[in-house]
Design a protein around this ligand. Structure first.
Ligand code: NAP
Length: 343
């Protein structure tokens, strides 16, 4: 048995409703490993989950935490990563803990020389950004793309991966993040103060090769309108509806209907909805192999310094409420990282 400290979300509520609890974890069984968490983080998903607005909303109470980086402390399986190995895992929930029991098949080995907090910034963010850029679009060096929310966790990673591939990036962000977006290598547009569509047309009069849109809502029409012939709209969220009451699935379903209709138009443009979890249930082995491959690509860029980890701020795990509040206030660049304090 091992002792774990976890952060529990008891129901719909404010960040301050998060509770810190201690519990005994059973010993790992065959196929499982006990991981001592070194870093986890705040994703947009937790902002939706605490409102009961996540597409795949987990039943309350639960431990949030979309991803983590840690060290294998004990293993119930000879076939998994060895004790002492640094690993990363995509969990969707459960990561906000100082120790977790995970299936060994879900652990991705991480080079020991990489800083765990740095790696944490690119687990869900890196895999999402890599896949959208290199698998969902066929953009190449010299082309121009638009990244909405370029200062966000996914956005800041996507900007850097695109720049590393020689792609010109136009990135939207709030007024306080314009310089940071420029430092990441993108041409910034203030989405609060400027007419984004008009400004993109000035910067790229012939249209752009891809738009990455996590905002959804009525603005998705503008994103579609920015594409050049042959261009791709990658929609991957509905951030604009976070505070709109109602069924959490409805905004995504409406969006899917719209994207499908656009794809029927004979205009040489494409619209896709990216889903990080697609294929997980039907083809788990292939899905896990894909995660290893894509996270490996991103970690390789991180190790070479081609991308720089964007840590908005570090908080102790037990200050998860303050961390979530801080992330929700916006106006930050990168990922809010939670660091467990091990006794
Ligand atoms: N489909 C999938 O499989 C998948 C996987 C991973 C993530 N996601 C989605 O990816 C998105 C980003 O996640 P994250 O964890 O990176 O979140 P995050 O770090 O909170 O970043 C969100 C960013 O969006 C910006 N933003 C908010 N409203 C905007 C608008 N109207 N126009 C442009 N930018 C705007 C925010 O800027 P401010 O600071 O100005 O508020 C912030 O920089 C979320 O919508 C999430 O659901 C989807």
């Amino acid at each position: 048995m091992s002792q774990a400290t976890e952060i529990v979300l008891p129901g719909v509520g404010e960040p301050e409703s998060l509770q810190v609890r201690s519990r005994e974890l059973p010993d790992p069984q065959a196929g499982q490993a006990l991981v001592r968490v070194e870093a986890t983080g705040v994703s947009y998903a937790e902002q939706q989950m605490r409102r009961g607005k996540y597409y795949d909303q987990p039943p309350f109470p639960f431990v949030p935490g979309y991803d983590l980086v840690g060290i294998v402390e004990r293993s119930g399986d000879d076939g998994g990563p060895p004790v002492g190995q640094r690993v990363a895992a995509l969990t969707k929930v459960g990561g906000w803990a100082d120790r977790v029991l995970l299936d060994v098949a879900d652990l991705v080995p991480v080079p020991p020389e990489l800083d765990p907090a740095a790696v944490e910034t690119v687990v869900v963010n890196g895999i999402t950004a890599w896949r959208m850029l290199h698998r969902d679009t066929h953009t190449h060096a010299g082309q121009t793309i638009v990244v909405l929310g370029a200062a966000g966790g996914v956005g800041s990673t996507l900007v850097q991966l695109a720049r590393d591939a020689g792609i010109r990036v136009i990135g939207t962000a709030g007024p306080s993040q314009q310089d940071r977006v420029r430092e990441l290598g993108a041409l910034p547009i203030d989405y609060r103060g400027e007419n984004v569509a008009a400004r993109v047309r000035e910067l790229s009069p012939d249209g752009v090769a891809a738009v990455f849109d996590h905002v959804g809502g009525p603005g998705i029409v503008d994103s579609w309108g920015l594409l050049a012939r042959g261009g791709t709209l990658v929609s991957y969220g509905t951030a604009s509806t976070r505070d709109v009451p109602g069924n959490p699935r409805m905004p995504v379903l409406k969006l899917l209907a719209r994207l499908t209709a656009w794809n029927l138009l004979p205009n040489g443009r494409h619209a896709k909805f990216f889903n990080l979890w697609a294929g997980r249930r039907l083809r788990p082995a292939r899905y896990r192999a894909g995660l290893r491959r894509d996270l490996g690509e991103v970690l390789d860029r991180l190790a070479k310094g081609a991308i720089t980890p964007q840590i908005a701020r570090r908080f102790p795990l037990t200050d998860a409420a303050a961390a979530l509040r801080y992330a929700e206030a916006g106006g930050i660049t990168g990922k809010v990282v939670l660091i467990p304090e091990h006794a």
